[in-house]
Structure formats: C-alpha cells, structure tokens
Design a protein. Structure first.
Length: 124
C-alpha cells in the first residue's frame, strides 16, 4: 500500500526532457524520469505499470496511446495514480503547466484519472 500523499508524485516517460524533472525537484516536488530509473526503452504499457507500482502519475506527450491505456485499465478495474498528457511544448511552458497542475490537483484526485496539461494554461 502506498503512503497517503497530498501532492502528485510524477514519473515522466522517455520523451519528456530530464530538465523538467530537475526543475520540479528543485521546487521540492517528487518527480523522476524514465531515464533516471533505466526505463528509457519500455513500451507505454510498461511505463504505466511501473508508475502504478511506484504510486506515481505518468506525464507523457503520447496522448493517443495513453488515452487507450487509461480506457483499458478503467475497464479492467486496475488502479493507477494518474495519467497526465500534454502536447509537445517548450520545457518552460511544460514546467509552468505542470506546476499549476501540482498546485491544484491532489494525489487522491489524480488517482485513476487522466488530465491534459492544456487545462492548466494561465488564463489570459
């Protein structure tokens, strides 16, 4: 059983820049990348399984495949700790949106949920 967390713990797949994880860690957020744990070559299903085992939400640019995985896990009643999808955007904007998500969504709200970082743009 995973400990109760207020903030979402993140796992970024191999396509997300390691710089994002470093910036999140500087701000005291719990974030790791696939590169950091030797998972660069995993397929999408294995990334999600690894994140679920670790109690982490996955952050990915691969919306199509992870939406499909979200639906599969939902139908199978499998628990995961969230899927966060994003368009491929510059790392600065990715950081900004990720921080907004982390400061507005709790770990329990993210459990078995999917979010698009497009929801976390700064209002004009």
């Amino acid at each position: 059983m995973n400990p109760v967390r207020l903030f979402v713990a993140l796992y970024t797949d191999a396509h997300i820049s390691r710089n994002l994880v470093k910036e999140l860690q500087k701000r005291q957020f719990d974030a790791i990348s696939a590169h950091d744990v030797g998972n660069s070559d995993l397929d999408d299903a294995d990334h999600l399984a690894y994140a679920a085992e670790q109690g982490r939400a996955v952050l990915t640019f691969n919306t199509k495949d992870f939406v499909r995985l979200f639906e599969e896990w939902w139908e199978q009643g499998r628990t995961h700790y969230g899927i966060i999808v994003s368009a491929q955007i510059p790392v600065g904007e990715l950081l900004h949106r990720t921080l907004r998500l982390l400061n507005h969504i709790t770990a329990s709200e993210m459990e078995n949920n999917i979010k698009n970082l497009g929801e976390f743009t700064e209002p004009d």
